[in-house]
Design a binder for this molecule. Structure first.
Ligand code: AMP
Ligand code: MG
Length: 381
């Protein structure tokens, strides 16, 4: 595989800290999700052990991983992604033995980890707990806490186990781009910037993990995901989901630094249409689409199969992402749809809003960020 030098328009190539002359000879390795070749995995683990960067699949999204105890390797994650230096990384573990070397939490935190871990690990739940000083500052960006997760993917778990160390990994996309739910997304963003990209097929969940802060009296969801508030309350008896639409006040430090960035945005402008009557929303979007098309814009529409017949498919790029009866599937398809809109050269994406219940919180949170907070409430009858 030949090294590739590429300048990304959004990050500005070398301007984001990744020097073109440092372009890496990225190796893409295809592995079966259920039965990964142990020899190839061993090779990937060696790359981690030597301080390299390996992109790997998880059940949420692809991760860009390095040895969590190697400060230099962790710094390289930030450079490869163009990630802001104050946005901490999640540490991925393969078993509870690794927990003890990264977490310093007391009895209550350990109890919560045991209970939630028993219910949802391996799975799409990150717990924020007190950090052991052995975890380098670079991982947590100086915070006294650390995000910990056990991913539900055989390739990821085997890679961590064979590396013998916890793996720090943010999502494997260029900073500001939608997270990658397919290997092709990782290749598009990070080829030439990392040592290895493992192609392990599509990610089952397709959006990032739930981030739950377990250090306070009431466990708080800092980023909604497939493990919902109801799931947390079922196990711990309490929990809260603070309003993620509220921007932190000036000078206030957000509890989850990552949430202050306009993440997950495609190149196209995204607008969300909300209201109490879905039929009215669709009629409104169709009119807006006509207006935009009249101004020479290429229009994309994000709907579900229930929206069939509501939009002019000949004039607009309409994506039917599953069904409103199953918001997990809609969530799963979101990032791929956003990237596809870009691939098709869509200028503006008009999206239907979804109910903010259960996993609908994760869906609306990511859609809201993709739209830079642009929600048009058309009211209702
Ligand atoms: P990503 O790896 O791109 O999915 O982003 C990780 C998310 O977890 C970001 O929103 C971070 O701000 C959040 N996160 C990681 N570690 C911590 C921590 N110690 N405290 C609060 N949030 C964290
Ligand atoms: Mg990310």
């Amino acid at each position: 595989m030949t090294p590739m030098t590429r300048t990304d328009e959004k990050t500005g190539g070398a301007a984001d800290g990744f020097a073109e002359n440092k372009a890496k000879n990225t190796v893409v390795i295809k592995l079966s999700r259920d039965d990964p070749d142990p020899e190839k995995l061993k090779y990937c683990a060696e790359v981690i052990k030597k301080g390299g960067l390996v992109c790997f699949p998880t059940e949420t999204v692809y991760g860009l991983g390095a040895n969590a105890f190697d400060s230099e390797a962790v710094k390289n994650i930030f450079i490869a992604k163009g990630r802001p230096a104050d946005n901490p990384l999640i540490v991925h573990i393969a078993g509870y033995d690794m927990l003890n070397i990264i977490c310093r939490g007391g009895e209550e935190q350990r109890k919560r980890i045991a209970l939630l871990g028993n219910a949802y690990w391996p799975g799409p739940l990150t717990m924020i707990a007190d950090r052991d000083p052995a975890v380098p500052d670079e991982v947590s960006c100086g915070l006294p806490t650390v995000g910990i997760r056990m991913p539900d993917n055989k390739i990821a778990l085997e890679l961590i186990r064979l590396s013998g160390v916890p793996i720090a990994a943010p999502s494997a996309n260029l900073s500001g781009k939608p997270s990658p739910s397919k290997a092709e997304h990782v290749i598009k963003d990070l080829f030439g910037r990392v040592d290895v990209i493992i192609d392990g097929g599509d990610c089952r969940v397709g959006v990032e993990s739930t981030v739950l802060d377990i250090t306070g009296d009431v466990p708080a969801i800092l980023r909604p995901g497939a493990v919902t508030l109801e799931d947390v309350i079922k196990v711990l008896g309490k929990g809260e989901l603070p309003d993620w639409k509220k921007a932190p006040k000036k000078g206030e430090t957000p509890r989850s630094p990552g949430m202050k960035y306009t993440h997950y945005s495609p190149d196209a402008e995204v607008r969300i249409y909300d209201g109490s009557d879905i039929g009215g929303i669709r009629a409104f979007i169709e009119k807006e689409a006509e207006k935009e098309a009249g101004n020479g814009k290429k229009v994309g529409i994000f709907t579900t199969k229930e929206g069939a017949g509501a939009y002019d498919e000949k004039r607009f790029t309409v994506v039917y992402a599953g069904t409103r009866d199953d918001l997990l599937t809609v969530t799963h398809l979101l990032y791929g749809a956003l990237r596809d809109f870009d691939k098709k050269g869509v200028d503006v994406v008009l999206a239907e809003a979804f109910p903010q219940t259960g996993v609908g919180n994760a869906l609306m949170n990511r859609l809201y960020r993709a739209a830079g907070g642009c929600v048009i409430d058309i009211g209702g009858n």
